[in-house]
Design a protein around this ligand. Structure first.
Ligand code: SF4
Length: 713
């Protein structure tokens, strides 16, 4: 029998210990996950976290990052009050002020710029948090500015574009019913651990797994029947090589292609140049493996492809490579088929849950009719995404755009999410007025005139939706720490200070959610009363094949190998309607670059303990990978005369950093990996803000030219 003291130390919940289990979600990574958390709370303090077993998505699991949630929310450097800058921008000299003073200063700063330069000269930017985005976009439009942007500009929308212009919709791989899983850049264990569980189940029922990656990953070791190690940025050539083999060996789904695709003959003629020998030379994958993988994928269906956006999108040829890969779904008849790729309806906050909401109408209300900054540079982006492309924001602030950006209202801006950190910091320095909300005084916040403290997912309630038609409202498990507020509270409370009216947003988050949920059979009240996840009454199980049968939402009503949405940009922007393959350095302006910078720098790779810069300052997480490491191959290390752990310098035309060498058998010769997010060894400072995918505007985190040398001690 335990004593009360022992029970409290063991964190056993009960009336006697005063420990309660309260439900929340982890929002450290993307809303694709937001795993359920059981928070053990006593006297308003979280004692420990566990995964929620009955959660409809995460089923009790949490990844390493989620398990660090308690340390994350209780970081000793949480912002305690609103702050006002009293020193030069970037010096980090700020003084505490009251919320009243902060709101007055924000309203004065934003309205001053509005009056002098017009409302569109104030840009709004949503950084790492996603839960408040519909409200922030509406807030920006209420203010009168069309310029709302977010880190979607460098996240996964490039993948969505490839799907929309090919199939007319987004979709997701149906791993649960597949016989073959083709994981293209599948991070697996370091992100999307849920997918690993599904792939492991597929293997248990006798399915096959093909993985393609630039590095030997844990997934490659643990799950792959076939593993193809590929050179960075050559994925499109491999996909076309697969297509050629599939067509010439009769492995394609002729009925699907004849009835449901557009531009097949053109595509077929184009892929003829991708014979095995050529593809092997481009990609570095042995010819035999190319054949075996194409055959297995095409003949052991149903087969689904999990193309992970980050590794593929962050290349100069990223969008076209995606399209080359996604075309395989149609060629083999795996699109809109159980076990293949199933069309997905966006539900809420970047999540597809099987029922529609009124989010678009909510956030797009009051959108001003005016061109966004940078419009015309990336027409595919302009056509498909209702935000400005944020990689152009620093340049716009620095005067390189069509009209000036003089003020910035940011929520959770991370300067390391954009290429060329120094340029981003120069832009922040040049602003007339800058306000940032965050949990911590980040490098970006140190440039702000006003910093507003916000709270974590543990300190607020929010709507979450999950696949299978599920929705839930979380409740705060502890009160907001210090003087922090939620971002949405801030938008609502700022409206009267700015002299703005928005009857809905003024009423706060719950009223907005009720409006968004109208017609779904759900309400904030009913979700609260349920106390957990419930199925939306309007949610319907998707019947595979019904989207194709009703005609796809493309100009031809079919899958388009020749994407007619791109025809109009071929003359003006050289965008190709076929998924043509070009080298990932096809935009090199100076041929000498390849000689001066002979290695390929990759960054942005997922690691278990952190995402972007988040959690680097959390002791548990940091202890797993205390310092930045430059991963190089054994043969490169030998040629450079570098031993394990010795300092090595990596240089690009943008800058230079130094880190200990991690000599590894996982990376190929000629490639270099630098994990991003470390302040003292900033990978983003090495990247060019001009080396961008011309279709999506995405930066090239996965392929930049660089030079390596042994560093001076
Ligand atoms: S960080 Fe991990 S635990 Fe948290 S939402 Fe993402 S996958 Fe889930």
């Amino acid at each position: 029998m335990l004593t009360l003291e022992q029970k409290i130390r063991a964190k056993i919940p009960g009336a006697d210990t005063g420990i309660e289990i309260k439900k929340t979600v982890c929002d450290i990574c993307a809303p694709d996950h937001h795993c359920g958390i059981d928070a053990y709370v006593k006297d308003g303090k979280v004692l420990k976290v566990e995964g929620t077993r009955e959660h409809p998505y995460s089923h009790g699991s949490l990844c390493t990052k989620g398990l660090c949630s308690r340390e994350y929310i209780y970081r000793s450097d949480r912002l305690r009050t609103p702050l006002r800058r009293v020193g030069p921008r970037g010096a980090g000299r700020l003084e505490p002020i009251t919320w009243e003073e902060a709101y007055r200063a924000v309203a004065e700063g934003l309205n001053r710029v509005k009056k002098t330069y017009g409302p569109h000269s104030v840009a709004f930017f949503a950084g790492h948090g996603k839960w408040f985005r519909p409200m922030m976009q509406r807030f920006a439009y209420d203010f009168g500015s069309v310029n709302f942007g977010s880190d979607c500009s460098v996240c996964n929308v490039s993948l969505i574009f490839a799907r929309i212009i090919s199939a007319g919709c987004n979709y997701s791989p149906d791993i649960a019913h597949a016989n073959t899983f083709l994981g293209w850049a599948f991070g697996g264990y370091y992100s999307s651990y849920h997918d690993v569980q599904e792939v492991a189940a597929l293997k248990e029922r006798g399915g096959k797994v093909i993985l393609i990656d630039t590095r030997v990953t844990p997934a490659a070791k643990n799950l792959a029947d076939l593993f193809l190690q590929i050179k960075p940025g050559t994925d499109g050539a491999l996909a076309h090589g697969f297509a050629k083999l599939i067509i010439e060996n009769g492995w394609m789904d002729r009925d699907f292609v004849e009835q449901h695709t557009f531009g097949f003959e053109e595509y077929k003629a184009y892929v003829q140049q991708f014979d095995r020998k050529t593809v092997s030379k481009i990609t570095g994958v042995p010819e035999e493996l190319i054949y075996e993988a194409a055959k297995l994928y095409a003949t052991n269906g149903p087969a689904c492809i999990n193309e992970v956006c980050f590794n593929l999108a962050h290349n100069y040829n990223g969008q076209q490579n995606y399209r080359a890969i996604t075309g395989l779904n149609a060629l083999t008849g795996n699109f809109d088929r159980a076990g293949g790729a199933l069309p997905a309806v966006g539900t809420y906050n970047m999540r597809s849950a099987g029922f529609p909401t009124r989010e678009g109408a909510f956030s797009g209300a009051n959108r001003p009719e005016h061109p966004r900054i940078g419009e015309g540079r990336f027409p595919l982006w302009d056509m498909l995404w209702g935000e400005y492309q944020a990689v152009t924001l620093p340049e716009q602030i620095l005067g390189g755009g069509d009209y000036p950006i003089k003020a910035l209202f940011a929520a959770g801006l991370n300067v390391r999410m954009l290429p060329d950190t120094n340029k981003t910091l120069r832009a922040l320095e040049a602003l007339d007025f800058f306000v940032d909300t965050d949990l911590f005084l980040t490098d970006a916040a140190q440039y702000a005139d006003i910093v507003l403290p916000v709270c974590s997912s543990f300190e607020r309630g929010e709507l979450k939706v999950y696949p299978g038609g599920y929705a839930m409202m979380t409740e705060p498990v502890i009160p907001p720490l210090y003087q922090s507020k939620t971002d949405v509270e801030i938008f609502s409370e700022l409206l009267p200070y700015l002299g703005l009216k928005d009857e809905l947003l003024e009423q706060g988050y719950d009223a907005c959610i009720d409006w968004i949920l109208e017609g779904t059979g759900l309400s904030v009240e009913s979700l609260r009363a349920a106390g957990g996840a419930v199925k939306a009454p309007v949610a319907r199980e998707y019947i595979p094949g019904s989207y194709v049968a009703g005609g796809m939402k493309t100009p031809s009503g079919k899958w388009e190998f020749h994407a007619q949405m791109l025809d109009r940009f071929t003359q003006s922007h050289h965008l190709e309607p076929l998924a043509t393959y070009v080298d990932c350095f096809a935009d090199d302006r100076d041929p000498a670059l390849a000689e001066d910078y002979p290695y390929i720098l990759t960054t942005g790779t997922r690691v278990p303990n952190t995402i972007h810069s988040r959690l680097h300052q959390v002791p548990w997480a940091r202890s797993l990978r205390p310092s930045p490491l430059l991963e190089i191959s054994r043969s490169d290390a030998q040629e450079l005369g570098i031993a394990q752990g010795e300092p090595i310098e990596v240089e690009t035309p943008q800058g230079r950093v130094c880190a200990p060498a991690k000599i590894s058998g996982k990376i190929q010769k000629g490639n270099v990996l630098l994990v991003h997010g470390y302040g003292a060894c900033d990978a983003s400072s090495l990247l060019s803000s001009d080396h961008l995918d011309p279709y999506s505007g995405f930066p090239c985190y996965r392929s930049s030219r660089c030079m390596l040398r042994k560093a001076e001690e």
